[in-house]
Design a binder for this molecule. Structure first.
Ligand SMILES: *Cc1c(COP(=O)(O)O)cnc(C)c1O
Length: 462
């Protein structure tokens, strides 16, 4: 260890007196600057203690600290480019909002608004009123209420209808959804008692019926969003559960998960049960997410029979799980587009990305390839066909044909390419294939093309 070197390390107080550092304090605040200087000096102190360096310049330490300031003064939550082709990418923020939804969100954030004010009556109003009529109109349900997310919606519905009572659910539907939503855990919090019936692959109507007693609170159906059981399987159709529920006067709760409001089989997708269908078939309460296939903000939407929705609204838990004005604004704007299905498939990004035509995808891939024409020539870029996923635990077996760029390099490994892109100023998230890095154009936005082009210009340098 070199004591001489340790003594040479700059002192925070000294550095703070410098003119250029003062400018940084004005721009970023004193706390960040001081912290960063300490961190930078500490970094060098450790290197000296470990005998990793035997000389340095003071200026070098300060420059290193300035780098930390730049990093620290930028927001942690930032935009990234989704080149992975997963439309509802849970790690990348799930669904993108439509332009209408974003504008509406900004409007209620910047101005006072009638969130809980009835303008006609000049009296207190309900925050749910802004979306309840729309949800009733679109889904055909008698009532609706919206909470923080679908996990909260399920918990709230069970707590209201089934507290200290039994919820009967098929073993095949005791699922775990990403972000650790586990049906049995959620039920524990709701204080409903879980009664598992049937087997993993087969559950029959009599399995439910044999377990109904005076302690039964609800019959629960959970959409196994993120996996499929194949082969020798049987699930009880919703309408049969509804008839059984009516016979014994037990409500049926249907957790749909994804919240599809448009029959996507018209567009060549496998059939996913829609919210409208679940309501039509007589489910008493239906719950679904706002930010999966619906393509809106994070929210848990509960629609169903008026008597149950009214009870849910009165539950004190609803207050704790409520959603804020920004998301109500975004959800209202998103739902409005669904009044006309043609508008919805155009304006809701989740839907429009899913429905992109192969021709359009090809055009986009060619455009991206042109943007990469100035990339260094150790790169090989080719347009290729591949497939994208819906994501968000929706349609797990469904793949969408897509067009991608496949990129490899004679100088860099796939991991190095992937790391470089991920570390870029606006991180570019890609898939790593068997022999290439893959950029799927399905999930790219208009503004992403130039950025990717710029990023590739510098790849593999230094
Ligand atoms: C995604 C999902 C949930 C959880 O919804 P969040 O909005 O993420 O809280 C619950 N149930 C099912 C069936 C789901 O697919």
């Amino acid at each position: 260890m070199n004591r001489e070197l340790l003594r040479k390390l700059p002192k925070v107080d000294e550095v703070l007196l410098r003119e250029d550092i003062n400018e940084l304090i004005e721009a970023h605040g004193r706390a960040i600057v001081v912290d960063s200087l300490r961190e930078g000096i500490e970094f060098y102190r450790n290197k000296i203690l470990k005998d990793e360096i035997n000389s340095f310049e003071k200026e070098e330490v300060i420059n290193y600290s300035l780098g930390i300031i730049t990093k620290k003064s930028k927001p942690r939550l930032k935009r990234v480019i989704n080149g992975a082709g997963i439309v509802i990418h849970t790690n990348l923020g799930r669904s993108l909002l439509s332009k209408e939804a974003v504008e509406s969100m900004a409007m209620v954030s910047e101005s006072y608004n009638n969130l809980e004010y009835d303008i006609e009556k000049g009296a207190r109003g309900s925050r749910y009123s802004h979306i309840e009529d729309l949800l009733k109109k679109i889904t055909g349900a008698e009532g609706a209420v919206v909470v923080n997310n679908n996990a909260a919606a399920v918990m709230l519905a069970l707590n209201t209808l089934c507290e200290e009572k039994e919820a009967i659910v098929s073993r095949g539907q005791l699922v775990e959804i990403g972000g650790s939503f586990r049906v049995p855990e959620v039920m524990k919090f709701s204080k409903a008692k879980l009664v598992e019936v049937g087997t993993t692959n087969r559950t029959h109507l009599y399995d439910y019926e044999d377990n109904i007693s005076e302690n039964t609170g609800v019959l629960l159906k959970v959409h196994t969003s993120n996996f499929k059981i194949m082969g020798f399987t049987e699930e009880v159709p919703l309408e049969d559960m509804v008839s059984l529920g009516e016979k014994y006067n037990v409500p049926v709760v249907d957790d749909l998960g994804s919240g599809v409001l448009v029959d996507l089989s018209k567009y060549g997708f496998i059939y996913e049960p829609t919210v409208q269908e679940s309501v039509r078939k007589g489910a008493d309460v239906v719950t679904f997410s706002g930010d999966k296939m619906l393509g809106g903000p994070q929210a848990g939407i509960i629609v169903g029979k008026k008597e149950y929705i009214d009870r849910i609204k009165k539950n004190q838990l609803t207050r704790a799980l409520r959603i804020d004005k920004m998301r109500i604004a975004a959800l209202e704007a998103t739902l409005r587009t669904y009044l006309d299905e043609k508008e919805a498939v155009k304006k809701v990004p989740t839907l429009s990305m899913m429905l992109l035509s192969t021709e359009e995808l090809k055009k986009r891939a060619q455009r991206l390839k042109r943007k990469l024409k100035d990339a260094p020539n150790h790169l090989e870029v080719k347009i290729s066909e591949d497939y994208s996923m819906v994501g968000g635990g929706s349609m797990p077996t469904e793949t969408m044909d897509t067009v991608v760029l496949k990129i490899k390099s004679t100088k860099l490994s796939l991991v190095q390419i992937e790391n470089y892109l991920r570390a870029y100023e606006i991180p570019i998230i890609v898939r790593v294939g068997k022999g290439e890095v893959i950029i799927d154009v399905r999930t790219l936005l208009e503004k992403d093309y130039d950025i990717i082009g710029e990023a590739f210009k510098g790849i593999g340098e230094e």
